[in-house]
Design a protein around this ligand. Structure first.
Ligand code: LLP
Length: 427
């Protein structure tokens, strides 16, 4: 669905607009997001799961009011994990009953705001939270629909910081030792709660379907145990997000319809075996929807060749607009997009302008050896967890997000200004 083309002069266009025009109009660094690609991916998830399932876009990947409106129009729901994401969703008109609220340490204020707004579900993450949400809902005179997040004990093969189904970590309630069964027991006795399902999220940037399948089987087994103990068939299961995307040509991601098919088959089969009604399935893709839809455009600055090693290519952004390389050892690709070049490729490391040597955007990549200050280079697949994890390190001004569609570009999150920075500094 991506609308990327290159002219004979080597100038790349996205959504019908040339990057040179984009750079002139919006400056660099900046994220450019292909709106029709975003909508197409959202729709692909929606249709893959059909009407018996719900797709909750994970707002943590990237959230803005324009994105909320696109999701609403494409029939998706939204997963939020903070008061800030909740207020963004509500202010853009997402109906509260299409919002799920996550988090391992939701504050009383956040829970109150979510219950007041009437969110479709709160995902309970701990024993303490079961009681906390129940009290707040009850004191507001309502019953809150909730799911319980369990850790199913599978090892997802991804970076340690983004794997979440093993037991030694902060999220969720373990299936092991009857913990999750005990959580269900407690939730069912509390008047403020309407327990509707079980939630599992095994991690992020995952390519292997096996982990999801094990998770699905274990969650269904818990539903069967709940039915046996309480005579209650919980109507929903959520299998989280986590589907990997291609950052470099080595990655081979699964398509939404493959995931949908695998998950529905396994849930249906396990439920039949356990003589359970098949619950409504939901999933929470973030990266797989927004990740591939945007790239970051940088202007090349200082170039430092190191004989026999590599050439350091400095750009006008860095770890403040993409922390993923420094934090997870993530791999990205990069391309010269403002002209052609026949020069020999050189081994380059694309680095930012921040005051530390770990400030790397692309660790190792080939760029033409005639690269020069003023050239524009693009790093693809930066739609997820780049703007949303951007920082003001070194008082950097966070870059804008510009949506490009049908030959038109418009800012959806504007660039920060020095006034924005100074406004917070009230000492
Ligand atoms: N659902 C839950 C409960 C989650 O915790 C997450 C991600 C998702 C859904 C969406 O996962 P996705 O489909 O986007 O992989 N900052 C890291 C990723 C952290 C993911 C946290 N939770 C990164 O840049 O790779």
């Amino acid at each position: 669905a991506h609308t990327v083309t290159r002219t004979d002069d080597g100038i790349v266009s996205v959504g019908g607009v040339e990057v040179t025009t984009l750079a002139e109009e919006f400056g660099t660094p900046a994220y450019f997001l292909d709106e029709s690609d975003f909508r197409a991916r959202a729709r692909a998830w929606r249709t893959a799961f059909g009407h018996d399932a719900d797709v909750f876009y994970a707002g943590k990947a990237f959230l803005s009011r324009a994105v909320v409106r696109w999701l609403y129009e494409e029939g998706l729901n939204l997963d939020v994990c903070s008061g800030g994401e909740l207020v963004t969703a509500l202010s853009a008109g997402m109906p509260a009953d299409r919002i799920a609220f996550h988090g391992n340490n939701k504050s009383a204020e956040e829970i109150t705001a979510a219950v007041r707004a009437g969110v479709g579900r709160i995902v309970l993450d701990s024993f303490q939270e079961i009681v906390r949400v129940a009290h707040i809902a009850q004191s507001l005179g309502t019953r809150q629909r909730v799911q319980i997040r369990v850790t199913v004990g599978v090892e997802a093969h991804t970076h340690e910081f983004i794997a979440t189904a093993h037991e030694d970590q902060k999220f969720g309630i373990a299936l092991a030792d009857g913990q999750a069964a005990e959580a269900v027991r407690r939730a069912l006795t509390l008047d403020g709660l309407e327990l509707v399902g079980i939630h599992s999220h095994i991690g992020s940037q995952i390519f292997d379907m096996a982990g999801f399948e094990v998770a699905a089987r274990r969650v269904v087994a818990l539903l069967a145990a709940v039915r046996d103990e309480h005579g209650v068939e919980l109507p929903e299961i959520d299998l989280g997000g986590g589907l990997g995307i291609a950052y470099t040509s080595d990655d081979d991601p699964r398509e939404p319809h493959e995931i949908a098919k695998a998950l529905s088959e396994i849930v249906t089969r396990e439920c039949e075996a356990a003589k359970l009604r098949t619950p409504r399935i939901s999933v929470e893709p973030g990266r797989a929807i927004v990740g591939p839809t945007a790239f970051t455009l940088y202007e090349v600055g200082t170039i430092k060749p190191l004989e026999g090693l590599r050439t350091y290519v400095s750009v006008d952004g860095g770890m403040s607009d993409n922390i993923r390389t420094a934090l997870y050892d993530a791999e990205y690709s990069v391309a010269l997009v403002s002209r052609t070049s026949d020069a020999e490729p050189m081994l380059a490391r694309v680095v930012g302008k921040h005051c530390e040597s770990g400030d790397i955007v692309v660790k190792d990549a080939f760029l033409p050896s005639d690269l020069a200050p003023g050239d524009l280079i693009a790093v693809p697949a930066t739609g997820a967890y780049c703007r949303s994890m951007a920082s003001n390190y070194n008082h950097a001004l966070r870059p804008p997000v510009v949506a490009v569609n049908d030959g038109e570009a418009r800012v959806i999150v504007r660039r920060e200004t020095e006034e924005d920075l100074l406004r917070l500094d009230v000492g």
